[in-house]
Every structure is written in structure tokens, then in C-alpha cells.
Design a protein around this ligand. Structure first.
Ligand SMILES: [Zn+2]
Length: 218
């Protein structure tokens, strides 16, 4: 099941009103176009019908990839996050949500549109997000060793045409850099840190903090 509604939006530039679709949940099987829009970044973009300016709208939603038994929830507040974590816990105890055929799901919670997009991509091409987050932490450690003055803001894995391309690194002073994705490093990290850890389906929040903890506990 997918859930959506239409909201009126007033363009902050010219004041013209238009309609915008807000998704509460996207089932990728029923709404493949919504999935494509999410991956391309279009989902949160509103184009004014009159002045054609693009404005980004922020809202939380559930991304449900039925065929992969995957749920990624984008939480925009602490309350929002608590609610979905409760729901995930209930699922673990056997409660099914609409549209589910089993409770054997991989569940994640993310906190930004970019994280949502990145994770949806990562799972879509069959990578393990835990390995990717560890690779990011290693990259930051390496960067701060070689360039102690650099302050890293964000790192995202860029995926093009179904293949992991490169890590895009945004520094705190706004400058961007990048580093190519290495399948060799991915495989080595997976073998050393992840293969012994089980499937991680219920590690709800997998981000760089998660990766730091994982490396510490090794
Ligand atoms: Zn406008």
C-alpha cells in the first residue's frame, strides 16, 4: 500500500498557488515512478507552474521496497523517530503492516533526504549499508591524517547507472572533493567487520556513528 495526499503550495517567489504530492509511504512495487523520483531527488522538488522556480519541500515518509523486504523511514523529528522505532519493534514481535507478507524485514531510520536517497540506492543495487558507513569512517580517518586541517561535513556514496561510482565529500567550509569507490576495499571491509555480525536487519540506525562503534568493538 502507498499513501499520499495533495497539498496546496504557495510559491515563495511569485505567490502563485499550485498542488504538490506528499507521500506518507511509497511502495516501490505499486509506485515505481515515485521510487524513481526519490532516487533522482525529484520527489521533494516542487516546480511553480507560473515562474517555474523549483522549491524543495521537506517531509518524512516510509520507503517500502516490498520485493527486497526493506523499509527505510525518513524521520523529521524525535517524536517521529520514536513512533517508527516502536512500530519496528512491534514488527519484530510479529505485527504486520499493511502490504507486508512477512515480518522478516530490513528496517532503517534516516534523518535527511540525502540519507534516504543514498540508502534506497545502496539497497537497490544490493550493497550492504554497514560496509559503506565503515568505508566513510575510514576515509575521514585517512583524510584527517593526511590533511589535519580539513573538516569533513558529509560524505555520500554516489551511485550512477546502478553502479557505485565515488564518495562525494563535503567539507565544512563548503568545498567538495571525491574519492572513487573501490570494490576491493568494500570486499575487505565486509569480510573483516561485517560477515561475522549477522544480517543486521534490525540495526535500525546505521550511520557513521554506528560504524565508529562497530570499529571500536572489533
Ligand atoms: Zn512562482
Amino acid at each position: 500500500m502507498s499513501l499520499k495526499n495533495t497539498q496546496k503550495i504557495k510559491c515563495p517567489d511569485c505567490g502563485t498557488e499550485g498542488e504538490f504530492t506528499i507521500w506518507q509511504s511509497i511502495n516501490t512495487k505499486l509506485n515505481p515512478q515515485a521510487k524513481e523520483d526519490l532516487l533522482s531527488g525529484e520527489l521533494f522538488a516542487y516546480t511553480c507552474p507560473k515562474c517555474k522556480k523549483v522549491h524543495y519541500v521537506n517531509y518524512g515518509l516510509l520507503y517500502h521496497q516490498m520485493e527486497k523486504q526493506l523499509m527505510i523511514y525518513y524521520a523529521i523529528s524525535k517524536e517521529d523517530e520514536k513512533e517508527i522505532l516502536d512500530t519496528f519493534d512491534k514488527m519484530e514481535n510479529g505485527d504486520m503492516l499493511p502490504g507486508m507478507e512477512s515480518t522478516d524485514y530490513t528496517c532503517r531510520v534516516v534523518h535527511s533526504q540525502n540519507q534516504l536517497r543514498e540508502k534506497a540506492y545502496i539497497f537497490d543495487i544490493g550493497l550492504d549499508d554497514r560496509v559503506v558507513e565503515i568505508m566513510k569512517v575510514m576515509m575521514v580517518a585517512h583524510l584527517s591524517q593526511t590533511n589535519p586541517d580539513l573538516e569533513v561535513g558529509d560524505i555520500f556514496l554516489e551511485i550512477t547507472k546502478g553502479k557505485p561510482e565515488r564518495f562525494v565529500i563535503r567539507l565544512k567550509n563548503g568545498v567538495l572533493g571525491n574519492s572513487p569507490f573501490s570494490q576491493k576495499v568494500y570486499d575487505a571491509v565486509k569480510a573483516e567487520y561485517i560477515d561475522s555480525k549477522g544480517d543486521g536487519k534490525r540495526d535500525y540506525i546505521v550511520d557513521m556513528n554506528w560504524a565508529v562503534e562497530c570499529l571500536k568493538n572489533k
